[in-house]
Design a protein around this ligand. Structure first.
Ligand SMILES: Cc1ncc(COP(=O)(O)O)c(C=O)c1O
Length: 391
């Protein structure tokens, strides 16, 4: 008699595909002379003062767990920063949670608020982790297409059409990864009006809020009546060049933060203590570093976006984050084939747009958080590659 063997893994996670980005990093790893525009992370090393603060905390023996919510001094500094930046007040003692990057904050926000079958509206294309995180929290993702013609903005009229009696929330990620799109004030106002009208929550991932070029960032928190229905997510990885430290945070009504804290407490306890001290230094004294890096990204952004258009790969001007999202369909290659062959033939890593949703098909994501020299070299190689397709 044979006994049917049960699956070793759960169905929910089994149905999820692995990230379409990682495959390209694995392909590139270990190959000599590769230029990577693949990973979305600053090429800057974390500024000295932030690193020294972490070293100091270790030398002073601050090696224990912190509060589950995070160091109180860090929460107070986050409250002050958010007040300065967004003009809203959060209580550091109950409305702020320090998390393992914005990644954990997104996961906690969804798990703390969704019931089985709740629908969550999000832009297509969007950051790769959103859709799986919604599914793992028992929710149902409802991607709303954004288009190149509307500069990949999430338009209130399209959001309205996607709302059903099961809609629980809107997940906003602007400035957007992968497109570099930002929302206009009227988009944010329209989305906020829909949230109020239909009693929806908004999860607002504003990790790129400082990386904007030309126009100030417009937050959902700028809209009346939104603080009470928003889970505001922000962090240190991008603006402060601190990806490896793993520090982010969530600000929300105490009712939500309390539930998020429970999951955080039972899974990770707290963010590594030394990393919290580095973040504290960054948020207190890092403004000049942020401005210096943003000015550098802006110059690189212009260079890359102009180069793509000049070689005939149409690219709308990205106004936020650090990505260009050119359309490669004129080469006759799919985005997957484009990326694979570009890596093989010219040793440049970019990411196929389909990894971020169906509306990313036909595009590639190139990160300009690389030195100008590398951007120029990579663009020369891409131009050569594109030229060969057109012959
Ligand atoms: C939109 C967006 N949200 C969140 C994250 C995760 O950031 P963290 O390093 O803070 O976990 C990323 C990283 O690429 C991102 O692009």
């Amino acid at each position: 008699m044979t006994i049917a063997r049960r699956s070793l893994t759960g169905e929910r996670v089994g149905r999820l595909p692995a990230s379409g980005i990682r495959r390209f990093f694995d392909l590139a790893a270990g190959t000599e002379g590769v230029i990577s525009l693949g990973v979305g992370e600053p090429d800057f090393v974390t500024p000295d003062a932030f690193r020294n603060a972490a070293v100091r905390s270790i030398q002073e023996g601050k090696t224990q767990y912190t509060s589950n919510y995070g160091l109180l001094a860090l929460r107070e500094a986050i409250a002050e920063h958010t007040k300065q930046l967004r003009g809203v007040t959060y209580d550091p003692k109950g409305e702020i949670l320090v998390t393992v990057g914005v990644s954990e904050a997104v996961d906690l926000a969804l798990r703390a608020t969704l019931n089985e079958g709740d629908e969550v509206i999000l832009a297509d294309p969007s950051y790769v982790a959103y859709l799986p995180a919604i599914v793992l929290a028992g929710g149902v993702p409802v991607p709303v297409p954004t288009t190149e013609a509307s500069e990949f903005r999430l338009l209130p009229d399209d959001v309205r059409k996607a709302i059903t009696p099961r809609t629980r929330a809107i997940l906003l990620g602007f400035p957007n990864n992968p497109t570099g799109a930002v929302l206009r004030p009227e988009d944010v106002a329209g989305i906020a009006a829909l949230a109020r009208e239909h009693d929806l929550l908004v999860y607002s991932d504003e990790i790129y809020d400082r990386l904007v070029y030309g126009a100030p960032h417009r937050s959902i928190l700028d809209e009346p009546g939104m603080q009470e229905r928003t889970v505001y997510l922000a962090g240190f990885s991008k603006a402060y060049a601190m990806t490896g430290w793993r520090v982010g945070y969530a600000c929300a009504p105490a009712e939500i933060i309390e539930q998020m804290m429970k999951i955080h407490q039972y899974t990770v306890m707290c963010v590594p203590t030394a990393a919290q001290y580095a973040a504290l230094e960054a948020i207190r004294n890092g403004e000049a570093d942020v401005r210096r890096m943003v000015a550098e990204y802006d110059a690189r952004r212009k260079r890359m976006f102009e180069r793509f258009n000049a070689m005939g790969l149409h690219c709308f001007e990205p106004r936020g984050a650090f990505y260009c999202f050119p359309n490669v369909s004129s080469t006759g290659l799919s985005d997957d084939v484009f990326c694979e062959r570009l890596l093989l033939e010219e040793k440049v890593v970019v990411v196929p747009g389909n990894a971020f949703g169906d509306r990313g098909i036909g595009h590639i994501r190139a990160c300009y958080a690389a030195s100008m020299e590398k951007i120029d070299d990579a663009c020369d190689r891409i131009e050569r590659f594109v030229g060969r397709q057109r012959r």
